[in-house]
Design a protein around this ligand. Structure first.
Ligand SMILES: [Mn+2]
Length: 318
């Protein structure tokens, strides 16, 4: 692996670079890419940032259309830099550009990263923005208010606003410094965690008013019907967070959000406090992680609920 010193030295020697973040970009991917772009520009390295996807609307308080491009790489870049990508396929259409370029950098924080670049700087951290912070420091580039906010957004979104189990003191120490540089935690939290459309608020009320409980409340199922989404004008992607909400209910060990995706087609998101929901999802051809997974069941609604309830009951430990 490349040391922080060598990485900074190499970056400083570049003239025109392209920074690429992953598809389905989150706050850490966007914050890492644009913060590094700004910092490199400050020390005379021209940088452009790319993503092979559209930037979700909720980031429009900080990410402008010129910050992240979604165009083919036309210029003759001296280096390509992947940020927040555990695997080269996460670059989407840019993966081929990356693999055929001779001078590539991989800056990431995922344990599963498979070192796919010429220079790999992979440090396990709760957020890649913490790695970008170290690199900016090593480059000796100034941290503007905007850069401070971008890095702070990466830290807050990847740590679940400092609540994930892997969050140590470092995220807080760096945050203290970013606050001194002008980071506005209140604005970032509001835009990335709280803000929602009126349509989502409406559907949320309908869904939470009709929760179903099974096995002495240990399983709670929320159902989002197509008609409710259509009536309110809510996009299906806005159901993100529904299943997390029900995990806060007393007694609930497994939460399921059942989303209607067409006639007799249901997409299911599962969360758990200790029960193996990967096994539940796998029994329907899906999968994921032990405590968070997903699957699809194609059947009539009540049959879907029966099948799901039975599959969960097999994993519940007394
Ligand atoms: Mn990340």
């Amino acid at each position: 692996m490349t040391s922080l010193k060598d990485l900074a030295k190499n970056l400083r020697g570049e003239s025109l670079v392209a920074i690429i973040c992953h598809i389905r970009p989150d706050g850490d991917a966007l914050g890492s890419a644009v913060a590094l772009k700004n910092a490199l520009s400050e020390i005379g390295v021209t940088a452009h940032a790319f993503c092979d996807d559209t930037v979700p609307e909720k980031f429009d308080f900080i990410i402008r259309s010129e910050d992240i491009l979604n165009t083919p790489l036309k210029e003759n870049y001296s280096a390509l830099i992947a940020v927040d990508c555990a695997d080269v396929s996460r670059l989407g259409e840019y993966a081929n550009d990356f693999l055929s370029h001779k001078n590539t950098f991989n800056i990431d924080h995922h344990l599963s990263n498979n070192s796919y670049a010429k220079y790999n700087y992979v440090i396990e951290n709760p957020s890649n923005a913490l790695n970008i912070f170290d690199i900016i420091k090593e480059l000796g580039a100034p941290i503007s208010v905007k850069t401070a906010n971008l890095l702070q957004m990466g830290i807050m979104t990847d740590t679940g606003n400092f609540t994930h189990q892997d969050v140590g003191s470092r995220a807080h120490i760096v945050t203290a410094e970013l606050i001194e540089k002008g980071a506005n935690l209140n604005e970032i939290y509001f835009n990335t965690f709280k803000r929602q459309t009126k349509a989502r608020a409406k559907v949320f009320g309908i869904v939470m008013g009709k929760l179903r409980y099974f096995h002495n409340d240990r399983l709670c199922i929320a159902t989002v019907f197509e008609k409710d989404m259509a009536d309110a004008g809510m996009h299906p992607s806005e159901t993100e967070g529904f299943v997390d909400f029900i995990m806060g209910i007393d007694g609930v060990e497994v939460g399921a959000c059942v989303m209607e995706m067409g006639k007799d087609k249901y997409k299911i998101s599962l969360r758990s406090k200790g029960v193996n929901v990967n096994a539940v999802a796998s029994s329907f051809g899906g999968g994921g992680h032990f405590l968070a997974s997903g699957c699809q069941i194609n059947s009539e609604y009540e049959d879907v609920i029966d099948k799901l309830s039975f599959a969960v009951s097999r994993e519940l430990i007394d």
